[in-house]
Design a protein. Structure first.
Length: 633
């Protein structure tokens, strides 16, 4: 009994969740969810294996295309040699001459002999289906293995205009000409497809033109070469879903598994532009119109056959190719999904108590944030969270005491500050009464007018307006129009002061005049240019101020002068002071302007300063516009 009791006590002890530290709890959770790296590793391995498999399949496809190309080139070279032998056969040339120039009896007799000669050539290769000779007068004689009737289904399928074009194309070429695949109808209405190769015929003795020879081949020959090893009937389940298309330089289909598309055009592979043709499609439109390729992921490779001007396009169904790989991937992810679900359930069960403790601590902190320093955290655990709760409760008690002390000190400080502020205000008011100053200036102004000293009157009037504008709340927003008018008056007084040693060039975009900015933003910059920039000059100085609206509802203000400029070391020091938010050593006011625009406009405002010693200084401000505060004229 004692043994089992010890086991029971040990189980109860070690199963007590309260005694475990947060480190142990988190470690347990992280060990459980380490299955996630397994998921990513499986995905990585799958992608890696898929990549290498695709690479190998691409290599095999390229080899297969090269093999097809080699076979087609070999066959076409043989056909070309056969055409050359027919064209150079003296017996055939004599019969063709008799067919062209003989009397009616000779022409009739030559037809059967020509057919016999063509028949012997056509049986040299089973792929040769028909041979046609077209004389220079347009008459033709042919031999067709599957058609011994009167109607020539190779030549007569063309219209008269097409016949003339074909005859002209072949007769003007010194080498065999490949003609596009055409449908040739049987008597029963069923169609077969043939591609053709033509060569001009000349009497090698007299060099006279005799006509042209057209050798016709079953298109199925090309289809079989392109789909070698693709036996649909014997291996229907294991067959890879792929096909090949042969097109010429115009993008016209020469051979394809689905015969109804032969003679149509593929825009992607056209070198002459066939967008206007009704029977033209893109390669994707063509492929996805085939049921076995609908909504499938495909891979396309191609190779060019220079000797005949064709291109072989190979299309492989990647979904079919990777079916087993995808199935294995799906099964793996399914098992991993089940494992992850089980792990998540375990994590939720074991972390509930942990999160309950955390939630109590968070709620206590939220109460303290609201100002309730009497909040208490009570946890039914013995781990580090319980220690945090006890320390938090003790901290709040200390804060309560400190808050009371601060309140008492604040009362004393507020009382003292109020008394001090009242004294300062009284002192300022006692210094000068603005209204008294305005009235005095007004009196002086009228005295100047009375004595007809209008220049003094104008100066005093401008000074009074500047003083009235400046004494008001410096943080107040004013219309850009008002700021510009103030600027004119201020510069006018400075020009009088410095004997018109400089000229103001003011350029303001009329679109911005009604927008509002904080007043006296430009005053320190204008004053710097006049006081420091033009110091030592008696004339020839220019003060340029431009205000323009730029993209994004911003205005750009540029203050430029051609004065003394700022020494390089001093300029770097000013820029560093601005960046490090340090006070200026000299009373230039630049840091003041920078601080004000950052306070008013935030990070959306820009401030740049450029200066070259003895050449001048340029300061650029970019300030965002608040369209809601636009002044209504």
């Amino acid at each position: 009994m004692g043994f089992f009791k010890n086991i029971k006590d040990n189980i109860k002890y070690y199963s007590n969740w309260k005694r475990y530290s947060i480190k142990a709890k988190l470690l347990s959770i992280f060990i459980i969810i380490s299955i996630i790296p397994m998921v990513f590793s499986q995905m990585f391995l799958y992608k890696l294996s898929q990549h290498y498999l695709e690479k190998k399949i691409t290599n095999l496809t390229d080899r297969n295309l090269f093999y097809i190309k080699t076979n087609i080139e070999t066959d076409t070279n043989y056909y070309k040699d056969t055409l050359y032998r027919i064209a150079a056969d003296n017996d055939c040339l004599d019969l063709e001459k008799m067919f062209n120039d003989g009397n009616e009896f000779e022409k009739a007799a030559s037809i059967n002999k020509i057919r016999d000669a063509f028949g012997s050539y056509s049986y040299s290769r089973s792929q040769i289906r028909a041979i046609t000779f077209v004389g220079k007068d347009g008459r033709n004689v042919y031999y067709d293995k599957s058609n011994q009737g009167i109607n020539n289904r190779v030549w007569n399928i063309y219209s008269d205009s097409a016949k003339n074009e074909i005859y002209s194309e072949i007769s003007n070429s010194n080498t065999p000409v490949i003609l596009p695949t055409t449908p040739n109808s049987y008597i029963g209405g069923k169609s077969e497809y043939m591609f053709h190769m033509g060569l001009r015929v000349r009497d090698i003795r007299t060099k006279n033109e005799m006509g042209i020879i057209i050798m016709s081949f079953d298109e199925q020959v090309l289809s079989d070469v392109c789909n070698v090893g693709m036996d649909k009937e014997n291996l229907p389940e294991d067959r890879i879903n792929m096909c090949s298309i042969i097109v010429n330089n115009d993008g016209r289909i020469i051979s394809f598994e689905d015969k109804k598309y032969i003679g149509t055009y593929i825009k992607d592979y056209s070198s002459t532009g066939i967008d206007g043709k009704e029977n033209s499609k893109t390669l994707n439109q063509l492929i996805y119109s085939i049921p076995s390729f609908t909504n499938r992921n495909i891979s396309v490779n191609s190779i060019h056959i220079d000797s005949v001007g064709w291109k072989i396009i190979n299309i492989v169904d990647k979904d079919n190719l990777f079916y087993e790989v995808n199935l294995l991937r799906n099964l793996t992810f399914a098992f991993l999904g089940i494992i992850v679900i089980i792990v998540m359930v375990i994590i939720i069960i074991f972390s509930n108590k942990f999160y309950q403790s955390v939630e109590i601590i968070v709620n206590g902190m939220k109460e303290a944030k609201k100002g309730n320093f009497n909040a208490k955290i009570e946890l039914n655990t013995e781990d580090e969270l319980a220690f945090i709760g006890d320390e938090f409760n003790e901290m709040l008690s200390t804060i309560n005491i400190l808050v009371e002390d601060v309140k008492n000190q604040n009362r004393y400080i507020v009382e003292l500050s109020n008394k001090r502020r009242e004294a300062e205000i009284k002192a300022i008011v006692a210094q000068i009464n603005p209204h008294f100053l305005y009235n005095t200036l007004d009196c002086i102004n009228w005295m100047a007018i009375k004595n007809e000293n209008y220049e003094v009157s104008n100066t005093i009037g401008n000074f009074a307006q500047i003083l009235r504008y400046s004494i008001g709340d410096i943080n107040k927003e004013v219309a850009i129009y008002d700021e510009v008018e103030w600027l004119k008056k201020y510069v006018y007084l400075q020009q009088i002061r410095f004997n018109n040693s400089f000229v103001l060039n003011l350029e303001v975009d009329e679109r911005v005049l009604s927008y509002r900015i904080h007043k006296l933003i430009l005053q320190p910059l204008i004053e710097n240019s006049i006081i420091h920039g033009f110091k030592g000059y008696n004339d020839g100085r220019n003060l340029n101020v431009s205000i323009n609206k730029i993209q994004g509802n911003h205005i750009k203000i540029i203050v430029n002068d051609n004065g003394n400029g700022i020494e390089k070391d001093k300029l770097e020091k000013i820029i560093n002071n601005i960046k490090l938010e340090m006070d200026e050593d000299e009373n230039l006011g630049i840091k003041n302007v920078f601080d004000r625009i950052k306070i008013y406009y935030g990070e959306d405002a820009k401030f740049e300063i450029e200066s070259v010693e003895q050449e001048g200084t340029t300061i650029t401000l970019v300030i965002p516009l608040d369209t809601s505060k636009k002044t209504i004229d």
